[in-house]
Design a protein around this ligand. Structure first.
Ligand SMILES: [Zn+2]
Length: 453
């Protein structure tokens, strides 16, 4: 981007009456929160219709796609008559359940209190949908001619795997795009520092059932092939295996791209590391040991295993015939879940133990050193100049459906959230500050202009 273009975009952003736009965004968000789209069952149709009406108020074409009755997603197009691939602004309409008894306000009342809008979905993900929609209508209202079209997609079913939302749309609507901006990463307030943590890749989850078969008998006569012991041994082998100690290659690439410019001596060192499997593994192991005390960071850099359920036995004095455990395994991009499970079988190396994949999604990633992410970086830094550090997310989003189609996808909630605010997503008292609704719309407008002008 030239200096002149940056100045143009800055002056467009400064020309907006942000007080009014902020209030508009807040009202739309409150309306959407009051539409209960808890998934299951989802019932996203009224939310999709609400947004359809909003777009039509600004003469932006949109349509609703239903994968099943009432499982609705909405697609809106800001066209310019050109054939270029659109910038896709993605979000989802469904929310996870919320128990009103645990909340300090009703999760679907959208109360405004202490500078916040409270309610299930305010951050995840209706807040994002709103700032995307408002920024899009702003472009139309300001009559800015874009070189690249913009496509708004807000889908059903993200919280239950996305097959009835993004998965369905990517398949049935034959979506193509220049890039996708979605949830995943976020702007964060860590201590007293603000930082952008955009997400360029996501780990893939494997839910694995491990079953140990042994011999049942009376507990007064212990036997070696007690299935509980077989299972415990297997779990010990798995959780103490090297599965979690691989260093992520893309992390090196990303650090090289984003930090090497500022820290010059880093670049040649990273280039050497990149070429050597030995160095990557060694440094990976060292880092992993350092990061052990920082489990959140360690989880972003390594494959992880958590034992989540153990089931066995039915009486105090009876050795049961079998015992089973469920594992939640998260693998980094570059790994194949089938191969990882095969590796675990070898590690356990016991015929009495069987493995069953309950469900698994492949990890996915886009190039962290791509021009697109660089443009996103320029866009957000133009409005608020804070460090921009691309990360791998330990969770998964709908981005994977688009990545699979070859569309680069990046996750960045355009808000600055404290760790406490982040923890309310899928938790109690989810809320977003009114200020963040303005910040989000500004960042989104800047991103649209930077990528599409
Ligand atoms: Zn979400």
């Amino acid at each position: 981007m030239y200096r002149g273009e940056m100045e143009d975009i800055k002056s467009i952003i400064n020309s907006v009456r942000w007080n009014e736009i902020r209030d508009e965004a807040v009202e739309i968000l409150r309306a959407l929160i009051r539409i209960d789209t808890t998934n299951p069952p989802g019932n996203e149709r009224p939310a999709a219709e609400y947004l359809k009406k909003y777009f039509s108020d600004y003469e932006i074409d949109s349509y609703i796609v239903e994968s099943e009755q009432s499982r609705a997603s909405i697609i809106a197009d800001l066209e310019n008559g050109r054939k270029e691939k659109p910038l896709i602004l993605l979000s989802h309409l469904d929310v996870v359940p919320a128990d009103p008894k645990q909340w300090s306000v009703h999760p679907f009342s959208a109360e405004v209190k202490n500078g916040y809008i409270w309610g299930r979905g305010t951050i995840d993900c209706k807040g994002l949908a709103v700032v995307e929609a408002v920024a899009m209508t702003l472009v139309k209202r300001l009559k800015i001619p874009l070189r690249r079209p913009v496509k708004f997609i807000s889908v059903a079913d993200e919280e239950m795997g996305g097959e009835k939302g993004a998965g369905y749309i990517v398949r049935e609507e034959n979506i193509d795009g220049y890039c996708v901006i979605n949830e995943g990463g976020t702007g964060a307030i860590l201590g007293d520092k603000k930082v952008y943590l955009p997400c360029f890749g996501e780990k893939g989850p494997i839910w694995l059932k491990i079953k140990a078969k042994g011999r049942s008998g009376h507990a007064s006569m212990p036997i070696e092939d007690n299935p509980n012991l077989i299972l415990l041994r297997a779990l010990y082998k798995i959780t103490s295996s090297g599965l979690g100690k691989k260093f992520v290659e893309n992390f090196v690439r990303s650090v090289k791209f984003y930090l090497a410019k500022d820290i010059k001596p880093l670049e040649p060192v990273l280039s050497i590391v990149e070429k050597s499997e030995f160095l990557k593994t060694t440094i990976g192991n060292i880092l992993y040991n350092i990061l052990k005390r920082k489990p959140k960071l360690a989880a972003m850099l390594s494959n992880t295993v958590s034992v989540t359920m153990i089931k066995s036995g039915y009486k105090e004095n009876v050795i049961p015939e079998e015992a089973e455990a469920i594992l939640d395994i998260r693998i980094l991009p570059g790994y194949d879940y089938y191969e990882v499970v095969e590796k675990l079988k070898k590690i356990v190396n016991d015929q009495r133990v069987s493995f069953e994949i309950i469900s698994a999604y492949e990890p996915s990633e886009s190039d962290p050193s791509s021009d697109v992410l660089k443009k996103i970086k320029d866009s957000v830094k133009l409005v608020y100049d804070y460090p921009f550090v691309p990360i791998i997310s330990t969770g998964f989003t709908d981005s994977r459906f688009f990545r699979k189609k070859g569309i680069q996808s990046f996750g960045l909630l355009p808000f600055f959230l404290t760790e406490e605010e982040i923890s309310t997503m899928h938790g109690v008292d989810e809320r977003i500050s009114i200020e963040n609704m303005e910040i989000g719309t500004k960042l989104m407008l800047s991103t649209i202009l930077n990528l599409c002008l």
